[in-house]
Design a protein around this ligand. Structure first.
Ligand code: ARG
Length: 456
């Protein structure tokens, strides 16, 4: 493609080192769409005849179907997907193919293709997130009123409902989807026409090209357009954070499925056995999800590190953007799909959860709140209940069976009702609480928002 000024062929080691077609081949549908839009603008500008444009379009479409059916032979000697397609086009249609690269550089071409690829992938990642949200809402619906201990510091804190716990992850995933959506909005501007870095003396209708490719607008600074990889960093961040959320969910499930907790069980289909210990049922999907979140974070750090030292505009380092991008997108797709299936089949052991939540200590805060309702200042109420807790531990008497009045006359004579768990949950009536009826309202809200209960 550049043989004019060279007297030597590129070393085969340099070809091996520098090729990107082994992975950027997957930009092909976007590269072809971009080239057709570019060629159409060339026709409008009088640079191509109608016949030449038709030959280019037909040629590109035939290359696309050959790639789709696995019949296209990629050549690493042609470095990347862009040159593979262009060179094959010229081989197929002759002279007209050689006109396609007028007023274009691989720099604006790769930036355009990658934005189009990211846009499509964001849409399907959001679908994947929606699927997992629906699965979690399904579990929240089933277990809306199932009581379990809620933890801080991994110490039992206060009772919650399992439905509330599942919906916490639905909230996190909603933010993840909205971050991806936000990145999509920002990336949807067309860099074509920025050329190598400084535009072109040959003016094509940039707005028409952008419109054909579904972009909202065109970029407004050619140098920034060529150098910009913010959209990749943003997507990799949104993916990393989603991976971190899934990792936390995994950690909860790993704990819940341990013999120590025994709060939940995963289907056999989503666990593995041990080749040595016949009794084992391991939560490998959760552990792999937790492990893969590390890889997602690594990809984010990789792209940020690649960009940070680069002077404007294009530098070949930028070719290193694609492997972390593709890897993170593929990894999150599969992670979401397998977690969706696993969550839908998850069974809560409601009896074990209820037994764990039955510890009256979990309602110590409610006891203090009750004193506050009798007019005791909270700090004093906290201390009075602290004394009761100490007495309960020292005398090995459950908190709900202590003679609280012997600790303080300020306790009500009928404070035993405080220890009624379902009453305790029902009395949390403020928005955002684990009260079963609030959880049911939230389940309904999410079902309306997410559509069909059928996880995709
Ligand atoms: N394969 C290159 C990449 O992915 C395409 C752009 C090459 N541009 C250049 N000036 N060498 O970044």
């Amino acid at each position: 493609m550049w043989k004019g000024r060279f007297t030597q062929d590129t070393s085969s080691l340099v070809q091996q080192f520098g090729e990107s077609v082994s992975y950027d081949w997957r930009l092909f549908p976007h590269d072809i769409a971009g080239s057709i839009a570019h060629a159409r603008a060339q026709k409008t500008a009088g640079l191509l005849t109608d016949e030449e444009f038709s030959a280019i379009e037909k040629g590109l479409l035939s290359i696309r179907s050959d790639i789709e059916s696995g019949q296209f032979e990629f050549k690493t000697s042609l470095e990347d997907i862009h040159m593979n397609i262009e060179s094959e086009l010229t081989r197929r249609i002759g002279a007209a193919g050689a006109k396609l690269h007028t007023a274009r550089s691989r720099n604006d071409q790769v930036a355009t293709d990658t934005r189009l690829y990211c846009r499509a992938q964001i849409d399907s990642l959001i679908d994947g997130i929606r699927g997992l949200q629906r699965a979690l809402v399904d579990r929240a619906d089933t277990y809306a009123a199932s009581v379990m201990p809620g933890y801080t510091h991994l110490q039992r804190g206060q009772p919650v409902t399992a439905g509330h716990h599942f919906l916490a992850y639905v909230e996190m995933l909603e933010r993840d989807a909205s971050r991806l959506h936000d990145a999509r909005r920002r990336l949807n501007v067309c860099p074509l026409g920025s050329g190598a870095l400084a535009g072109s003396t040959i003016n094509l209708d940039r707005k028409a090209i952008a419109a054909e490719l579904g972009f909202d607008d065109v970029t407004t600074n050619s140098m920034d357009a060529i150098a910009d990889r913010d959209y990749i960093a943003e997507i990799l961040f949104a993916i990393s954070l989603c991976g971190v959320h899934l990792s936390r969910l995994s950690e909860d499930l790993i704990l819940w499925c341990s013999a120590e907790f025994a709060f939940a069980s995963l289907a056999d289909a989503h666990t593995t056995g041990s080749s040595l210990m016949p009794q084992k049922k391991n939560p490998d999907v959760c552990e792999l999800t937790r492990g893969k979140s590390g890889r997602l974070l690594g990809n984010l750090v990789a792209i940020l590190t690649t960009i940070k030292g680069l002077p404007l505009t294009y530098n070949r380092d930028l070719q290193e953007d694609k492997e972390p991008l593709f890897d993170s997108i593929d990894t999150l797709h599969l992670t979401l799909a397998v977690n969706t299936e696993m969550i839908l089949a998850l069974q809560l052991r409601e009896d074990v959860c209820a037994r764990a939540a039955a510890d009256p200590m979990l309602l110590a805060t409610d006891l203090a709140d009750d004193l506050v309702k009798q007019g005791v200042p909270f700090r004093q109420a906290h201390e009075l209940v602290g004394k009761a807790v100490a007495a309960s531990i020292a005398s090995q008497t459950p908190l709900d069976q202590l003679d609280l009045r012997s600790i303080s006359e300020q306790y009500r004579t009928d404070s035993a009702e405080i220890f009624d768990l379902s009453r305790a949950l029902r009395s949390r009536t403020n928005p955002g609480c684990p009260n079963p009826s609030i959880v049911r309202e939230q389940v309904k809200r999410w079902q309306d928002h997410l559509g069909s209960n059928q996880a995709s």
